[in-house]
Structures are given as C-alpha cells and as structure tokens.
Design a protein around this ligand. Structure first.
Ligand SMILES: N[C@@H](CCC[C@H](N)C(=O)O)C(=O)O
Length: 291
C-alpha cells in the first residue's frame, strides 16, 4: 500500500505524521516499524496518527507508535508537532486545540513566535498508576519524594540507582548525573527500560542540574532508544527536580536537539511544555502489505 506522510521534528525528536482524519490506514506493528526504519523506511523515533475527535468538545485523537511498532500513551514533542500539523494543514481553525490521547486530554496551543506550548496535565506519582512495582521498597527519607534505590541487573551487575519514578501520561525513571555527556545512557538505559519493576517498561532520563533554572538532559526512550530530545522526559525530569527542592518552577531544558522550557507550579497543577515544532518534508512511501 502507498502511504502519504509528513516528516516533522521537535528539538530533533523526529516523527512521521499520518493523516487519518478521513480514513484509517490500519497499519500493522511491522508497517509502523518500516516507516520508522532509518535505512529501509522514512526514519523516525515515533509515528503520529491524526484521527477525528472521539467525543464532542474534543478536536482530535492523537495516536502514538514508537519506532518498535508499539502503541504508547503520550509523546510531548509529538504533541507540539501534532498541533503545528493540524493548523498548517487547515484541519484546525484555531491555534488552541483539545486533543485526546491514550492517557487523557492535552491542550496544545501554537504561539505567535511559532513555538508550541502544551498543557500536559499533572504528573502522577502513585506507583500503581505509573505503573511501578514498589513492593518492598522504601522511599528515601526526603519528604515523601518518590525516589528509590533500584538494583540493576544480576549480582555481576549490582548497580544501585536512586531514581525518581513518575508518569507524565507515560512512565519515566529519572536519575541525576554529574555530566550528561559522560552519562551511561546506552548501557544503563536499556536495563532500566526493561527492569522487571516496570511492567510496561519505562523511559530512562539522565538529568544534570546546571542551576535552579537550567538543566541538561538525555533520555533513553522506551521503544526507540536514545533520542535527541524527549518532551515528556523533560517534563518528568523538571518535576523531579522541583519536588527535590533543587529547581525553580520554570526551567530551561537543554537537550542534544534543542531547548525546551518546562513550567510546573507543583501539586495538581498541570505541567506546561514549550518548544519548537518543525515540518521537514512530505512524501509517499510504498509499504509491504500488513503481516
Ligand atoms: N518522544 C516522546 C516520548 C515518546 C513515547 C516514549 N518513547 C514512551 O514509550 O513512552 C516525547 O517527546 O515525550
């Protein structure tokens, strides 16, 4: 089958965007994988599908597949590209939209400077809702802070990590590092992603705090490996730093692909993420039949 697509990127986290507002493409996991493949397909960290609203008062449904073909609940950089896409394609008449995702409602708005701000909703800390199996683990005595010592691997690899574990609609485990450039992202990332305490796997963040309003971040993404930026990862890392008392309520997050600004007033307040959303090119690709 022949599929039309738009290639987009937000801070270097790249996407294939599919318009399914008129008809479903019904792609298989193998076809999503092929679209994401950087040698045999278009190349992307995630595939974003734009679908009609499932309910009155909601503008669109936003469906996300990782490069490994698995459907996931949330994608922050993708949400900004989604908003830019529906506005540029004339599918939305207002720069403020309401979008249904697997994990709930988000509200992106395209700003006059072209950047996009997304109300990502509040962070979630209850282990069962992340989901995170906390049986037998004691939180560190830091004011209820969700930070856990997690043994990684077997006795031959018994690294103990303090991790902040939370959900931004999708699961995140954030650790603080001295220097992101030398952080063990490629070696520890996959072990954290597949750790048995995360039944749905997890995104692994490596956070370097530069000062109270500026951090550097790398993320090993579930189902995609290390990406140049992760929007929900940036939200999770900043929320973690704020809860630790180490960050102010507005923080610039420097990723390998660009700058994101994250704001959180604490408690049940929504996390606001602002950053770029750019169209790279459009095209058509022939995909093998669904298997
Ligand atoms: N790139 C994303 C997150 C995409 C989903 C993630 N890999 C997961 O499996 O949860 C972002 O910008 O948030």
């Amino acid at each position: 089958m022949r599929v039309r697509f738009t290639k987009m990127q937000g801070a270097g986290n790249d996407f294939v965007v599919l318009d399914e507002t008129r008809a479903r493409l019904n792609l298989s996991a193998a076809q999503y994988q092929q679209l994401a493949d950087r040698h045999f397909g278009v190349g992307a960290d995630q595939i974003l599908s734009v679908r009609p609203s499932p309910a009155a008062g909601i503008d669109f449904e936003y469906v996300i597949h990782n490069a490994d073909g698995g459907e996931v609940e949330q994608c922050g950089n993708g949400a900004r590209c989604f908003a830019r896409y529906v506005l540029d394609k004339g599918l939305a008449s207002s720069p403020r939209i309401k979008v249904q995702t697997l994990s709930g409602l988000i509200e992106p708005r395209v700003n006059e400077d072209g950047r996009v701000t997304v109300d990502m909703g509040p962070p979630v800390f209850e282990p069962a809702r992340i989901p995170f199996d906390d049986a037998g683990l004691d939180p560190q005595p830091t004011g209820g802070w969700h930070r856990w010592h997690l043994a990684l691997g077997t006795s031959a690899d018994s690294t103990i990590l303090p991790l902040a574990v939370l959900s931004m609609g999708n699961p995140h485990a954030v650790q603080e590092v001295e220097d992101v450039d030398s952080a063990p992202v490629a070696t520890q990332g996959p072990k954290i992603e597949h750790h048995p305490r995360f039944p749905n796997r997890v995104n692994a963040g490596f956070l370097q705090i530069v000062d109270r309003a500026h951090v550097r971040l790398r993320v090993w993404e579930r189902g995609a490996g290390e990406t140049l930026a992760c929007g929900t990862g940036a939200c999770a890392a900043v929320v973690a730093g704020i809860r630790l008392g180490r960050l102010d309520s507005r923080v610039d997050v420097e990723t390998r692909g660009g700058l994101l600004t994250i704001e959180w007033a604490g408690g049940a307040a929504p996390v606001l993420m602002t950053g770029p959303a750019v169209t790279v090119f459009e095209g058509e690709i022939e995909l093998p039949d669904a298997s």
